[in-house]
Structure formats: structure tokens, C-alpha cells
Design a protein around this ligand. Structure first.
Ligand code: SF4
Ligand code: SF4
Length: 437
């Protein structure tokens, strides 16, 4: 693709990077066939190619983002299905990340939109703030139907209440900072990102991770200074907040790497994993560039680590069929596709994959709150494909997807909870529900 940035514009490293990306696009349009928003809405401007043109024009003009550009970029899920399809290797992720920051810096959103984004950025990355908000939302759930109107704000408030769980679990003792010691002969040392929203919504995921890796002979380090990975604010274009969150993690883990050494940094929420693996790029012009690159190089999804470390089940096969939902951040963002399925099969589950497995479920970070109508349509489509497999359980490796797909006919569960169960851990609640226990 031809671009026409001025030499002065190209002195900005972010523009120079986007220029390089834009020039790799040959506008063949192959990506449109696998873009969920193009498939639903049928508008070229809601396809990757259309968005690439809009972003190119916006950046070249140097003028503030327009309402039209914002509308179509906001509708992008950042699912990265287009990157898997693109034959030219266009790095759409870095391009749209830059566009979102540019929009945040130059576009004055209507105040209800701005207020909602600020509220999400304030609540979600903080464990205690999110827990308090979630308890309030779970109590207010029955009121969702009473919110009047069809405005974007009304739809978003209804979506927030609908997504709140009926019951908010209490804090887990296993997430306190410290070192969880390996059981038996020690094979290595790993750090765990315990995250933010996930540990409030489903502390059982971190508990299963710590149990399984310590049982396999690994010390699991939970650093006090680590917190949100920064993805939630990063995907809303709030660069300063995202970098602040990421920097705290980088410094904590780099300190651990240099003092005692780490074999891996474990991530059990694939949305976070895609971001942590990108820290090296995010910090390429920062003083922490080398530390960030070292952290990214050690970041592994839990299923990648289990595969490398030689996971072995100890229980008899449970006789259950699992419909495996491959989160976009795992399959498109990190290209981790084979390990989760192979591990579930090794653990004794029959694994089925749904039709159109490459398409997003509509969760996408805060997307299911900010774009509830499109997210709802994608959820219905994904649930229908999964339930058509007649599974006992739906498994996924990302809390966002699990939240989005809960409430259907089939219980949802994180992959790590099933693997922990089959290697001697307790039966997850969803496992009991599937067996009618
Ligand atoms: S498939 Fe790749 S090269 Fe073709 S239009 Fe899409 S982004 Fe551009
Ligand atoms: S990231 Fe997903 S929604 Fe966005 S353009 Fe690519 S395929 Fe479409």
C-alpha cells in the first residue's frame, strides 16, 4: 500500500512503525472473510482492510480522529483473526493499538462514552475496587430489565449488570504474594501473573494453577508488586495507564529473573498473555526495553508451560466430552492452538471443536460492555456452535470468554481446572454440574 507521510511525520517512531505496517498491506481483502464484524455487519469499513484505510487516512492527515473513524475502530474486537488470515504478514495489532492511542489523544468523545470508559479503566484493573463494584452489580442484576431506553449508555448499563455473576467469590488465600513451594523434588521456578478481574471473578483458576505447578515440582512466585497486565486500558487507547501497569510487572519480574532466575512467567488469562508477550514491543523506546524483552521472552500461556514441562494425569478418564473454545487471544494473538487440545485429550477428555472456531465470542476485554449489541450477536452464534456439539462442558483459557459464554445450557470451565482435576486436584464446580453431582 502506498503511503504519503511527510519526513517530519516519519520522525515520530510510532508513525514510522505504522507506516512500515501499512506498506506491507497489498489490499487483497482476504482478511475480510474471517473478520467477525464484517461478517455480521457487511460494511467494508467494518473489515480489517476498511479499517486499515481509515487509519492510514487519519494518521496521514495529522488531524484529530473523526466520528466515522472512531465508530469503525471502536467496533473492532482486536480479535486478530485478520492477522491469522493475512498472507502478507500485516501487523494489524500494532496498527490498531496505535490508532486507538491516537483516537484517545485527539478525539473528544461524548461525555457518557468518556465517563463509561473512565469508569471501566478505574474499576477493572483494581482488585478491591472491582470486587466492591461486582458485589454491587450482582445485587442490582434483577434491575437490568428496568433500565429504560435504547441509547448506547442504557445498553451498556444493562450489559454490565447482565455480565455480573449471581455470587461473587471471596478472596483466595492462594493469591497472597509469596512463594508456593514445589512438592517433592524441585524441578524449577516460575512466576504467576495472578491478574486483576480474573482473581475476583474466578479465584479457582489461580488456585488450580498453583496447585498443579507445585505438584509438578515448580516453585510458584507471586510478586507483591505485580497487578493488571495493562491490556484493559491498552485496548481503550489509554497508553499512560497501560504503560504504568505493565512497568510495575516488568520491574517485579525482572528483579525475580536477575535474583533467583525464572523458567517461565505463567499466564492463565490469554488476553493478558498476548499483552505480556508484547511488552518488548510496547517498551522498545523506554529505559526498561531490555527488561521488558526479557519478560516477554519468558511469558508462556499455562498450556504451553504444561506441555513443555511434561504434564501427566493421574486419574482415570472421566468420560466427559469437552467443547473447546479457542480464545482469540490464544489462537490468533499467541498462535497457541495445539497444546490445550492435546493436553485435554491426554487428561482423558473427549475434545470437540465447534464450527467457525476462528470467530470471536464477543468478549474481547471491555468490548462486551462497550459494544453490547454486536457482542450479544457473537455470543449467541458461538454458544449455538458449541452447544451443537452436545458437550458436557465448555472449556476455554480466558476469563473474558468464560464470562461471556456462561449462563448458557452447558457449564463453562477454565482448561487449567480440568487439567488440575485429572492430575489429583479437586473436581471443579463445572465438572460436578456436568456429571449431575
Ligand atoms: S489480508 Fe493482509 S494484505 Fe490483504 S487486505 Fe487484509 S491486511 Fe491487507
Ligand atoms: S481484529 Fe478482528 S474485528 Fe478487528 S479487523 Fe481484525 S478480524 Fe476484524
Amino acid at each position: 500500500m502506498q503511503t504519503s507521510f511527510t519526513p517530519e511525520q516519519l520522525r515520530d517512531p510510532d508513525i514510522a512503525e505504522s507506516n512500515r505496517i501499512l506498506r506491507t498491506c497489498v489490499h487483497c481483502g482476504m482478511c475480510t472473510a474471517t473478520c467477525p464484524t464484517f461478517l455480521l455487519l457487511g460494511d467494508e469499513l467494518d473489515s480489517p482492510r476498511g479499517r486499515i484505510y481509515l487509519i492510514k487516512d487519519m494518521l496521514e492527515s495529522g488531524r484529530p480522529a473523526t466520528e466515522e473513524v472512531v465508530r469503525h475502530v471502536d467496533r473492532c474486537l482486536s480479535c486478530l483473526s485478520c492477522m491469522t488470515t493475512c498472507p502478507s504478514g500485516v501487523n494489524y495489532m500494532h496498527l490498531v493499538d496505535h490508532a486507538r492511542t491516537y483516537i484517545e489523544d485527539t478525539y473528544a468523545r461524548p461525555w457518557p462514552d468518556r465517563a463509561m470508559r473512565r469508569l471501566l479503566a478505574f474499576l477493572l484493573p483494581s482488585v478491591w475496587r472491582f470486587r466492591v463494584a461486582l458485589i454491587g452489580a450482582s445485587l442490582a442484576r434483577p434491575l437490568a430489565r428496568l433500565i429504560p431506553g435504547r441509547s448506547a449508555t442504557a445498553e451498556r448499563l444493562r450489559a454490565m449488570l447482565r455480565l455480573a455473576p449471581a455470587h461473587v467469590p471471596g478472596p483466595s488465600a492462594m493469591e497472597r504474594p509469596g512463594v508456593f513451594r514445589a512438592q517433592g523434588p524441585r524441578k524449577g521456578r516460575v512466576a504467576l501473573l495472578v491478574g486483576c478481574a480474573q482473581q475476583v471473578l474466578a479465584p479457582s483458576i489461580n488456585e488450580a494453577t498453583i496447585r498443579l505447578f507445585t505438584r509438578m515440582g515448580y516453585d510458584v512466585v507471586v510478586r507483591r508488586e505485580q497487578g493488571c497486565c495493562g491490556a484493559l486500558t491498552h485496548h481503550m487507547g489509554m497508553r499512560a495507564a497501560a504503560m504504568r501497569a505493565a512497568r510495575a510487572n516488568i520491574l517485579a519480574w525482572h528483579d525475580e529473573i536477575t535474583r533467583e532466575g525464572l523458567d517461565a512467567i505463567l499466564i492463565n488469562a490469554s488476553g493478558c498473555g498476548t499483552t505480556v508477550k508484547d511488552y518488548g514491543h510496547m517498551f522498545r523506546q523506554e529505559p526498561e526495553a531490555a527488561a521488558a524483552a526479557a519478560v516477554s521472552a519468558l511469558a508462556l500461556d499455562v498450556t504451553e508451560a504444561l506441555w513443555r514441562f511434561g504434564y501427566r494425569p493421574t486419574r482415570e478418564p472421566p468420560g466427559l466430552t469437552v467443547a473447546y473454545h479457542s480464545a482469540c487471544s490464544l489462537q490468533h494473538g499467541q498462535k497457541v492452538t495445539a497444546e490445550p487440545v492435546a493436553l485435554l485429550r491426554r487428561a482423558g477428555f473427549a475434545v470437540a471443536t465447534p464450527k467457525d472456531a476462528h470467530l470471536c465470542c464477543g468478549s474481547a476485554g471491555t468490548y462486551n460492555i462497550l459494544q453490547p449489541v454486536i457482542a450479544g450477536r457473537l455470543r449467541a452464534r458461538k454458544l449455538a456452535a458449541l452447544e451443537a456439539l452436545k458437550p458436557d462442558l465448555i472449556a476455554a483459557g480466558n476469563i473474558g470468554c468464560l464470562t461471556q459464554l456462561s449462563g448458557g445450557a452447558v457449564p463453562t470451565v477454565h482448561t487449567i481446572e480440568l487439567l488440575d482435576w485429572m492430575a489429583g486436584g479437586p473436581q471443579p464446580a463445572a465438572g460436578g454440574a456436568a456429571r449431575g453431582a
